[in-house]
Design a protein around this ligand. Structure first.
Ligand code: F6P
Length: 359
């Protein structure tokens, strides 16, 4: 057997650990060959962009951030941007990718990515390519798996930032608003907010009332806590409002969220008169090496992806259900987004300890 592996979409901590799990299981346990496809699906369209992987070539990558295969969220072969006569047009180059897959002599492909990448993998599966998926994203927004790898590391990074921001906020008696990633779901904000002792946590699933947020901050000030930490998910919105968008990615057309931290900061400053500062954590949450939970999850996912191929279970994505690794069809994997339940246990935990969720 000769299998390929690619990493698509935005990077996230744990991608290299998945690659390592796949290469070791395929090469050592089953004596297969592994080919790395570079820059996501784009590597199946462009010339070159392939390299042999073996246990020697992946030495030392377990703790490394990013992906040794590089990634791209702009190379959807079904909707590929090409320049013709000076203007950019979209073309379906999926047949070209199918051809390259055959020419390299691949028997199967492991696709590591988020919902967008899984949707492309599913289209290739339906065209006859034997693919299996591995779910990745710091947003943790895939219903099919209890956790995606990368999420816990992002939460750890945000929590560490909150610890640091606490000391400076307390020293200056300031309100610090911290904008975290997560796209349209509030998992990073909610989990890091609880772990980092935030006073307010604003998530997309609970449109916030700014007056309630200000009241909470003022009450804290009156009771002797002269500082407050407000964690805002980038997708959070005011009651009756919309998400704050800072632009659109030119090539992929994907909405780029951001700016809600500044808006909340301005409103809190105006309404309370307190000294307010805003910090946007940004891509720091995606960078760096994975924490041990993500190293273990990534390794388990990588091993299981090879087992899916061994047993011919193409068109499936590995997932975590409780403590067990299993698999779901790619159709199921991309069908539902996993959002924070506004009345679920985590939100109730936060509110029970006095955190204002903006309602
Ligand atoms: O999906 C992961 C994520 O980091 C989101 O949390 C964020 O909104 C987005 O990607 C940022 O994308 P980009 O790297 O294209 O700016």
């Amino acid at each position: 057997m000769k299998i390929g592996i690619l990493t698509g979409g935005g990077d996230c901590p744990g991608l290299n650990a998945v690659i390592r799990g796949v290469v070791k299981t395929a090469c050592v346990k089953y004596k297969w060959e592994v080919i790395g496809i570079e820059s996501g699906f784009e590597g199946l369209i462009l010339d070159g962009h392939v390299r042999e992987l073996n246990p020697w070539r992946i030495r030392g990558i377990l703790p490394a951030g990013g992906t040794i295969l590089w990634s791209s969220n702009k190379g959807d072969p079904f909707n590929y941007s090409v320049e013709e006569n000076g203007s950019i047009i979209k073309k379906d180059l999926s047949d070209k990718a199918m051809e390259k897959f055959k020419n390299i002599g691949l028997d199967a492909l492991v696709v590591v990515g988020g919902d967008g990448t899984m949707a492309i993998a599913n289209k290739f599966f339906k065209k006859g390519m034997p693919v299996v998926g591995v779910p990745k994203t710091i947003d943790n927004d895939l219903m099919a798996t209890d956790f995606t790898f990368g999420f816990s590391t992002a939460v750890e990074t945000a929590t560490y930032a909150l610890d640091k921001l606490h000391t400076t906020a307390a020293s200056h008696k300031r309100v610090i608003v911290v904008e975290v990633m997560g796209r349209y779901v509030g998992w990073i904000a909610l989990c890091s907010g609880i772990a980092g002792g935030a006073d307010c946590i604003l998530v997309p699933e609970i449109p916030f009332d700014i007056d309630k947020v200000c009241k909470h901050v003022m009450r804290r000030a009156k009771e002797g806590s002269a500082f407050s930490i407000i964690v805002v998910s980038e997708g959070a919105k005011q009651l009756g409002g919309h998400v704050t968008v800072k632009g659109v990615d030119k090539k992929s057309g994907v909405e780029l969220l951001g700016g809600i931290g500044d808006r909340v900061g301005r409103m809190v400053a105006e309404k309370t008169g307190l000294d307010v500062r805003v910090t946007v954590l940004g891509h720091i949450q995606r960078g760096g090496g994975p924490i041990s939970f993500d190293r273990i999850l990534s390794t388990r996912f990588g091993v299981e992806a090879v087992e899916l191929i061994k047993h011919g279970r193409y068109g499936h994505m590995v997932c975590l259900k409780g403590q067990e690794i299993s698999a779901v069809t790619l159709d199921d994997a991309i069908s539902k987004q996993k959002s924070v339940d506004p009345n679920g246990s985590l939100v109730r935990t936060a509110e029970a300890i006095g955190v204002c969720m903006g309602r």
